[in-house]
Design a protein around this ligand. Structure first.
Ligand code: AMP
Length: 498
């Protein structure tokens, strides 16, 4: 056992060892249990060396103590943790193994068969996430907070995934900003239902509660009905999800009977805080959720490279369609196309971010790293406007800002309007190159209950709601929209539909 650690998150856990940290399919685990299992993994990783010295170690486990112990074990041994996505096909996992130059892999035996072709092909050293054999103890290396700690691969909605490298200091800054802003305390109990290879599931929903000494109950896989069953027990205080999860929870609530609905709503209303992020929260979903359980979802904005940057307030008005104000410790500026800082309200510009929360570099990709920063500011590529101090996201400059007929048009704004059409269930708007218009506005639409929607009808309906130049001129009805594992629409795939 260790008494103190220079890794801030682990050092916090050492002060709450008796408390319950994680509840998973295997049972109930204290902070002490997590630390003991982490140390065992670290010992196995250090069999042939005194310090992994930033060697990249991939890991694959189910959500639960094994996940945290694997990641902390890698950190204690001096390595960089690279979480693998459980649902990715082998080719995508291979991309990560290859790109990050992985030498070791920590995995639960249940994934050994899936991973074995890669273990063989890349000569990886495999360590089990719950090692059974005892080996002689070796001292753990000293870890500096500026040491690289994690590589997360971007979700690749607009280009090939890039490895985002963060240090222990970056991770601590990302966590403490949220713990402070959302007042996460040791009495909190969160239900965790997010993927664990992405910033949202790792930093926000797992490590913020663990930083505070709170309890994290981890679902093995996402299931809307099972989430409601858990909500009904009425002992949770926190929940965080992407908009699609709220959509699925609403559908599940709607399937329930009258009495059941009342029980579900009443239990859910007792929670302290419910948060949405990682993609724009449609206003109709925010309103529906409020009507179900009284919660105005707190929407926040962030990305893999910076953790979270903007959040609606815990106390005070949460503005639908807005992502709030800068989080503690995060500096933001909006910059126009000429590189000038925008000071006026409602003028659109790119969000640029500075602070200890910002990542170090893209792994093995010096050019992308150089391109991503300007005078020390990270260029998010997201376009926003500010109104009364609150930021509103208009979308990613590369794909959601459509240049048509001399206008710059936000695809997100059009999508928000289209979603209020009674026959539209889901939609994605993209710009397609066009000689006459620059780009043409094209909408891919999933209709409700097989409704028949024509372009003429849609355009007529839209005329009363948005400016003429924003109305889609091409329409494609699809059975579903292309999505990645974070349930985010992949717009390059949408473009291919046209
Ligand atoms: P990721 O790195 O996968 O978390 O994706 C980050 C991107 O998701 C950001 O750059 C934004 O484009 C988008 N995003 C995250 N949160 C929001 C939000 N609340 N509203 C709109 N877009 C968001």
């Amino acid at each position: 056992m260790i008494r103190a650690s220079s890794i801030p998150l682990i050092n916090r856990a050492l002060t709450t060892q008796e408390r319950i940290a994680i509840i998973d399919r295997r049972g109930v685990h204290s902070y002490g249990d997590v630390i003991n299992q982490s140390i065992e993994i670290a010992q196995h990783l250090l069999r042939d060396t005194a310090d992994l010295a930033e060697a990249r170690v991939a890991f694959m486990t189910s959500p639960g103590i094994d996940y945290v112990a694997a990641q902390w074990g890698i950190w204690l041994a001096g390595g960089i943790a690279v979480p693998l996505c459980l649902s990715h096909p082998l080719l995508e996992i291979e991309y990560v193994i290859n790109n990050a130059g992985i030498k070791f892999i920590v995995a639960h035996p249940e994934f050994e068969e899936k991973l074995s072709p890669l273990i063989e092909a890349y000569n990886l050293i495999l360590i089990h996430s719950n090692p059974e054999d005892n080996i002689p103890e070796v001292p753990l290396p000293e870890i500096e907070v500026n040491r690289n700690a994690m590589i997360l691969f971007t979700s690749g909605t607009t280009c090939k995934p890039k490895g985002v490298v963060t240090t222990h200091k970056n991770i601590s800054a990302q966590i403490t900003s949220l713990v402070k802003s959302w007042e996460i305390v040791e009495d909190d109990r969160i239900l965790h239902a997010l993927p664990l290879h992405h910033i949202h599931g790792i930093i926000n929903a797992l490590y913020c509660p663990l930083w505070a000494g709170a309890r994290c109950e981890m679902m093995t896989r996402f299931n809307a009905d099972a989430i409601w069953e858990r909500f009904v027990k009425s002992d949770l205080t926190l929940f965080m999800a992407v908009p699609t999860i709220y959509v699925k929870l609403i559908a599940s609530w709607e399937r329930a009977g009258r009495v059941e609905k009342e029980t579900m709503s009443s239990a859910c209303s007792k929670m302290r805080l419910m948060i949405s992020g990682s993609a724009a929260l449609p206003v109709n979903i925010l309103e529906k959720w409020k009507s179900i359980c009284g919660h105005t979802l707190l929407e926040r904005y962030g990305m893999t490279e910076i953790g979270m940057a903007l959040s609606n307030p815990l106390h005070g008005e949460r503005k639908p369609g807005y992502v709030g104000t800068p989080l503690p410790g995060v500096e933001l500026q909006l910059v126009d196309d000429n590189g000038e800082i925008i000071t006026e309200e409602m003028k659109e510009g790119e969000i640029q971010v500075k602070g200890d929360n910002v990542f170090q570099e893209y792994w093995d990709n010096a050019q992308s790293t150089r391109d991503a920063f300007h005078r020390g500011w990270f260029r998010t590529g997201d376009i926003a406007v500010i109104k009364n101090g609150f930021y509103r996201i208009l979308g990613r400059s590369s794909i959601d800002i459509i240049k048509s007929a001399g206008y710059k048009i936000s695809a997100l704004e059009i999508e928000e309007v289209l979603r209020s059409h009674p026959e539209i269930d889901e939609c994605a708007v993209v710009g397609i190159n066009d000689e006459k218009w620059g780009e043409r506005i094209c909408a891919a639409i999933v209709t409700r209950d097989n409704c028949v929607l024509t372009l003429d009808n849609l355009r007529q309906w839209a005329r009363e709601r948005i400016a003429k130049y924003k109305i889609p001129s091409r329409l494609k009805i699809v059975p579903h929209l292309p999505q990645n594992v974070m349930a985010k629409v992949t717009k390059p795939e949408v473009k291919k539909l046209f």
